[in-house]
Ligand binder design. Structure first.
Ligand SMILES: [Zn+2]
Length: 336
């Protein structure tokens, strides 16, 4: 088995995933963990994306071996947390019920598909709120099986590999906190257009890149290697409108670090989708970047130092304990 490491991973350069142009500004060279990650801004459509990025095989290894550990380090935790399917299911169901309740006026009746449906918690939450028929699409066999055990019908597959006609037309398609992680979000939006009935609803939730950057006052804080793409409300709206959708409503979550958007399908798109056209998205993102302060020192003293102290104090306590054990002053599991 291959072992994941950032240095041995293979990287690739690709043109802008949305418009297909290969002409971009470099806006950052580090991510929030300090890794060397280059972020580009497409000069045509305004898409923010990581380049070069890991190949699909290495992203797969990354998610299998490294992702949870990196998240734990980022949160200043001692070790990676493991979540059972049951915990993931219950957490997703609990989180999304009020989320969907809030979107009631914009949701259609009928078949509802989630792409990247994991253990089925989101769809279970959706079904509890609306009573609709739900269908998940999930590549992980364990997660798909768990969803089935909870009565959430799930096709174990990547959406890209599903043959013609396998999935019936849906009234709603959901993708929550997944678009940032996709390796080809343009294909997903084209797929969603194709698999929605006319007037069908696309419900998306993504990281609100400008809010995260502004909140922490440091551009790389909004960048993470698992987010291949980053969006602003303006660019996401533009991308949807270019692919046959009309935006109905949008908003942010409690911490304003994620934004949601509901759009309805108002036109069919070709497989070429949004490629080889001119867009206006660049200038707004460029203007926002130009007037947004980014300072590592501000970030360090306001936020990052707390985490660093937490990690350091854990290391000191652990070392002290090792020394006490070494000198026979402390025995593991017994006190006094
Ligand atoms: Zn572009």
């Amino acid at each position: 088995m291959k072992i994941f490491s950032y240095t041995s991973a293979q990287y690739e350069h690709l043109p802008c995933n949305f418009c297909g142009e290969d002409n971009a500004d470099t806006i950052a060279t580090r991510d929030r963990n300090g890794y060397s990650v280059r972020t580009l801004l497409c000069r045509n459509c305004g898409l923010l994306y990581i380049d070069p990025r890991m190949t699909p095989q290495w992203y797969q290894l990354y998610y299998e071996q490294e992702y949870r550990h990196e998240m734990a380090r980022f949160k200043g935790l001692n070790r990676a947390q493991t979540y059972t399917s049951e915990i993931l299911f219950n957490h997703a169901k609990k989180r999304t019920k009020p989320f969907f309740e809030n979107l009631r006026p914009y949701v259609n009746n009928g078949l509802t598909i989630e792409v990247g449906s994991s253990t089925g918690g989101v769809l279970a939450g959706f079904r509890d709120v609306f009573g609709s028929e739900v269908l998940g699409i999930e590549p992980s066999p364990e997660e798909a099986q768990y969803a089935e055990s909870q009565g959430v019908r799930t096709i174990q597959s990547m959406f890209e590999s599903l043959g013609e006609g396998v999935v019936p037309k849906a009234e709603n398609i959901i993708s929550l906190r997944a678009l940032n992680h996709m390796l080809d979000f343009h294909s997903f939006l084209v797929w969603a257009n194709k698999h929605l009935a006319f007037d069908g609803r696309l419900i998306l939730e993504v990281m609100h890149f400008p809010n995260v950057v502004e909140h922490y006052g440091y551009l790389p804080r909004g960048i993470q290697i698992d987010h291949v793409f980053m969006f602003t409300p303006e660019t996401l709206r533009q991308f949807l409108e270019a692919l046959g959708f009309t935006v109905m409503t949008e908003g942010v979550d409690r911490k304003a670090e994620h934004m949601y958007i509901v759009a309805k399908k108002t036109a069919e798109v070709s497989a070429e989708g949004a490629r080889n056209k001119k867009y206006t998205g660049y200038s707004a993102v460029r203007a926002w970047l130009n007037q947004t302060p980014s300072s590592y020192l501000t970030f360090l003293f306001k936020y990052d130092i707390k985490k660093k102290i937490k990690v350091l104090s854990y290391k000191i306590r652990r070392t002290l304990k090792h020394l006490l054990v070494l000198f026979g002053l402390y025995r593991e599991g017994k006190r006094g």
